[in-house]
Write a protein that binds this ligand. Structure first.
Ligand SMILES: *Cc1c(COP(=O)(O)O)cnc(C)c1O
Length: 368
């Protein structure tokens, strides 16, 4: 088999090897079924077991209460940017408050503004989206039907350390690049969604956790595939779901349960990995600079710069030579970024830390 490299991509991203191995072992025929998961009906007993198992695992890990539905949808996280306001703002006169902390929440607010009334509760532009707001900086419209946030801005590496205070208004959250990386108090949320390809599985499926009373408010005049209530009534099987992607979410969540047991353990592991890199950066006398301000630094995506573009290019070229891949920053911001999701092993982060320290030693004198 070709040697695997350490893949620091932001998404699609590294998956746990045991999950990939299990999928490989069972690709020709699922045990007891005799057909590949790629070939079975989405209405078969075998797939029912898979999708129910994935939901059960998510419910256990995230401690999702009974009055929340778990949906497996298509269209990615970006479809949720539009679906949420289509279902809850459009033609209602209601408004929602949006916290704009980076690229993804900005896009979500723009999509929502096309459907209904959006109030911007805070915008991080003044400091180039390097932090999340303190509670006393938030200007939430008191009549908001939800407060929107992106809990982890994947591009800039800016993460909320905890939920913002909203005086009881439910949160709607894009948790695409952090769901399952730490415990979360689901009760604070009306809707919590995440595309799978960061931390849950492969691209193609988006997990939506939605409080059931929100479902009752979905309008009847939407196309059925955009209507949460109809999707929930059909257990996400209103049409053919992405069977293989759902299967992988099942295997990935099996792995989380086996390997860590609960999300507190996984959180501690993720924080330990992130600290290894942030500490190394701090020890290099300003050679590396982190985009995110202290207190808002992500444990999942670490966006950093080197002294100049030329040195960044050299860093990226040399890192690949030692098997550390996809450390480029997002095309919109440049620089470098290490994404260290749940499935990034400790050894991968140690290898990156060692490379960063060694690259610093070798290049510190060439740059002023
Ligand atoms: C990747 C990402 C998205 C986009 O997800 P798609 O599935 O490509 O639509 C949205 N929000 C966040 C926070 C992301 O990390």
């Amino acid at each position: 088999m070709t040697q695997r490299v350490y893949n620091f991509a932001p998404g699609p991203a590294v998956l746990p090897e045991p999950a990939l191995e299990e999928a490989q072992r069972n690709l020709m025929a699922l045990p007891g079924v005799g057909m590949s998961v790629l070939e079975i009906s989405h209405r078969s007993a075998a797939f029912s077991e898979i999708i129910q198992g994935a939901e059960r695992n998510l419910r256990t890990l995230l401690q999702i209460p009974e009055d929340y539905a778990v949906l497996f949808l298509q269209g990615g996280a970006k479809l949720q940017f539009g679906m949420v306001p289509m279902n809850f703002l459009r033609n209602t006169g209601a408004r929602a408050s949006y916290i704009v902390s980076g690229t993804w929440s900005k896009q979500a607010a723009a999509e929502a503004a096309g459907q209904g009334q959006v109030h911007v509760a805070w915008d991080g532009k003044a400091t180039n989206y390097d932090r999340v707001p303190a509670d006393d900086q938030l200007n939430i419209a008191p009549d908001s039907i939800y407060v929107y946030l992106c809990s982890n801005e994947t591009i800039a590496g800016v993460q909320f350390p905890r939920e913002p205070e909203t005086n009881g208004i439910p949160l709607v959250c894009d948790a695409s690049s952090e769901l399952l990386s730490r415990p979360v108090d689901i009760r604070r949320y009306g809707i919590l969604f995440a595309c799978a390809q960061k931390n849950l599985g492969p691209a193609g499926v988006t997990v939506v956790i939605i409080r059931k009373d929100f479902l009752d408010r979905c309008p009847n005049d939407l196309p059925m595939m955009l209507n949460y209530r109809q999707l929930a009534e059909h257990n996400s099987l209103l049409n053919t779901p992405p069977v293989f992607a759902v299967y992988m979410v099942k295997l990935v969540t099996d792995w989380v349960l086996r390997e860590f047991g609960d999300l507190q353990k996984l959180k501690e592991f993720n924080e330990k990995k992130a600290a290894l890199l942030y500490d190394a950066i701090a020890s290099c006398g300003g050679f590396y600079t982190v985009h995110a301000a202290p207190g808002s630094r992500s444990a999942m995506n670490i966006a950093f710069r080197l002294p100049n573009a030329e040195t960044e290019k050299k860093f990226l070229a040399e890192s690949r030579k030692v098997g550390l891949y996809n450390l480029e920053g997002h095309r919109s911001v440049g620089g470098c970024r290490a994404s260290i999701y749940n499935a990034m092993p400790w050894e991968g982060v140690v290898a990156l830390r060692d490379f960063m320290l060694q690259f610093y030693q070798a290049n510190r004198d060439q740059v002023g």
